[in-house]
Write a protein that binds this ligand. Structure first.
Ligand code: GLY
Length: 592
């Protein structure tokens, strides 16, 4: 399927003409309490250190490093590295991530882009079958699915530029846990079973993951001595410990032995990129979030700016959900056409972020009728599973880190390069490997996200800071394309006055333009709301629909981890997604 790239403004005008239906939003907003001066102006600090992550061992590592004198950035390295050890299902040294950092001393926010890059051998034809079809196996499994890892380079960069401790010290908890092992938990064992056929194709993977010759089971102690060695080399030698020398040679040998084509130049040439975050206002909040190659920040700005004039709390659930879904539909439509790696494609960012453009999109929303996605053009595709991981940190100095990291799908490519312990990502599937052919998350793309050597595939990872006159929050979650809508619902939750734990627990729903349907977790909507949405013309998929022959989601989504500093009442709290029993949010008081 080929599709010409529409212009953002042309699209708005087309819909305006087609629908000619505008909703008059009520501009009612609460009268806020008197503003509190920014913390940087008052010198005020949080009452302690806080970490919320998807695994209690990773939360503890972050807190430990701050007890040893590290700041939130050292703690981010420690937490990230431990997640890389205990959650190979989600992220790791063989993958990448985005680090959103706030430096309290300078007041500066920076976005560290440690996304994987395509190797020099990248060529879309590699993913074509003999009959010209799409080779999904190659896109999702094994050497051609893997990009050049970015996470180790992020650790080195952050330790050098922002940390207070040597890298080896921040990596020490991860080294210890990789050596001593940790108990396999249910999600790990289930995920392994789901990917078992791919994982056991590769000798390097079998030698790491099989416990006494069998698949890991809940309660087994899982040790990774080779990964411990790789982490130690990274701590001792920095960039060269991973991207040059012994580890690099083994990564290249492991990929190429399975038919891939990596070179020493691919690894030695990898660089993290510091980017300016996306920043915009929503009600009383400043939202600081992920720029391209994440699609999340632009989509977030579009959705919230579309929604801003409505007093969502005053609407009934059907009407509120309808408007939120219509904002999602429009943002995801633009994601498909306009977003990619900003170092390779021109993104009409000024237009996409403008309030006027959002107003044009808002005007196309019918108050009492769903806009069929095919009016906006597109194809129906299935939704798939969620992976990735996120953690949030605030330290007692007021520094913050919001980090989302991934190997893409469950256990990434399934390929461990022998002798490294490094499980490689399958991030190449996040490119539009064939124009208009959806990836594993059901999202598709065109030229803007076409694969090229050295390019970064478009992501949905959306680590985000929220600041109002009295509250500061860090939040994010895994979940593929659903990350964006989960973070949106989290922001709306904070805006409605929820606390951190309630935000992490919020029920979830999602729309991504194609397929043209709302998917929802069980219990998200009342029966009356489902009926109301269907009466407006929405297709609503609920868990269980799939069993009945429908295409509903069969499980809960996401793993949202958030920290909230309330400057008005002086509290620091965390929220860890109750869907994940091994996650933990913890706060340790510090006398300032
Ligand atoms: N691999 C999922 C994402 O980056 O969006």
């Amino acid at each position: 399927m080929s599709r010409s790239r529409p212009t953002p403004t042309g699209f708005g005008a087309l819909l305006l003409a087609a629908l000619l239906l505008a909703v008059a939003p009520s501009c009612a907003r609460d009268a806020r309490q008197a503003p509190v001066p920014a913390a940087e102006q008052t010198g005020e600090r949080p009452p302690g250190n806080a970490v919320a992550s998807a695994h209690a061992l990773a939360t503890e590592a972050g807190l430990q490093i701050m007890r040893e004198g590290g700041n939130a950035f050292d703690a981010a390295i420690a937490t990230s590295a431990v997640l890389s050890v205990v959650e190979p299902i989600s992220s790791g040294l063989g993958g990448g991530g985005f680090f959103l950092l706030h430096d309290a001393r300078s007041g500066r926010d920076v976005f560290i882009d440690a996304r994987e890059t395509a190797p020099a051998s990248m060529d879309a034809d590699r993913y074509r079958t003999a009959d010209g079809g799409f080779d999904r196996d190659r896109a999702e499994n094994g050497p051609w699915s893997a990009g050049i890892p970015g996470l180790p380079a992020a650790f080195v960069h952050i330790a050098e530029r922002y940390g207070a401790l040597p890298l080896a010290q921040s990596l020490a908890p991860a080294v210890r846990i990789a050596e001593e092992g940790f108990p396999v938990y249910a999600r790990f064992a289930r995920g392994y079973q789901a990917r078992r056929a791919v994982m056991e194709r590769y000798p390097g993977t079998r030698s790491v993951f099989l416990v006494d010759g069998r698949a890991p089971q809940e309660g087994d102690v899982f040790r990774q001595p080779e990964l411990a060695r790789t982490l130690r080399l990274l701590g001792e030698r920095g960039f060269d410990g991973f991207y040059r020398g012994d580890v690099a040679d083994k990564l290249i040998a492991g990929v190429n032995a399975e038919g891939g084509q990596w070179t020493a130049g691919d690894l030695a040439g990898y660089r993290v990129v510091e980017r300016e975050p996306i920043r915009f206002r929503y009600h009383g909040w400043t939202v600081t979030t992920a720029p391209p190659p994440s699609s999340g920040g632009i989509a977030m700005a579009q959705m919230l700016q579309i929604l801003e004039p409505w007093d969502l709390a005053a609407l009934d659930e059907t009407q509120r959900t309808h408007l939120v879904v219509e904002s999602m539909r429009r943002a995801f439509r633009d994601r498909t056409f306009f977003l990619g790696d900003p170092d390779f494609v021109r993104i009409p960012q000024r237009t996409l972020l403008s309030r006027d453009y959002a107003a044009g999109l808002r005007a196309t929303i019918h108050p009492a009728r769903a806009t069929p996605s095919d009016l906006l053009s597109g194809e129906a595709t299935p939704l798939e599973d969620e992976e990735t991981t996120h953690f949030s940190i605030v330290d007692a100095q007021g520094n913050r880190a919001g980090v989302t990291q991934t190997v893409n799908l469950l256990f990434g490519s399934g390929l461990v390069a022998p002798g490294t312990g490094v499980l490689l990502n399958n991030e190449m599937d996040d490119f539009a490997l064939q124009p208009g052919v959806p990836n594993a998350f059901g999202v598709m793309g065109f030229e803007a996200n076409a694969p090229q050597p050295g390019k970064r595939p478009l992501s949905s990872m959306t680590p985000t800071f929220l600041e109002s006159d009295d509250r500061v929050a860090v939040l994010g979650t895994p979940g593929g394309s659903r990350i964006i809508t989960m973070v949106l619902l989290g922001i709306l939750g904070y805006d409605a006055g929820l606390d951190a734990q309630a935000v992490a627990a919020l029920p979830r729903y999602h729309h991504q333009w194609t397929p043209d349907r709302i998917s929802a977790e069980s219990g998200t909507f009342s029966g009356a709301t489902v009926a109301g949405l269907r009466a407006l013309g929405h297709t609503v998929d609920l868990p269980g629909d799939r069993a009945a022959g429908g295409r509903g989601s069969s499980h809960v989504w996401g793993n949202l981890q958030t920290v909230l500093w309330n400057r008005r009442d002086g509290t620091l709290t965390g929220g860890s997604d109750p869907r994940n029993p091994v996650g933990e949010a913890k706060v340790e008081p510090v006398a300032n």
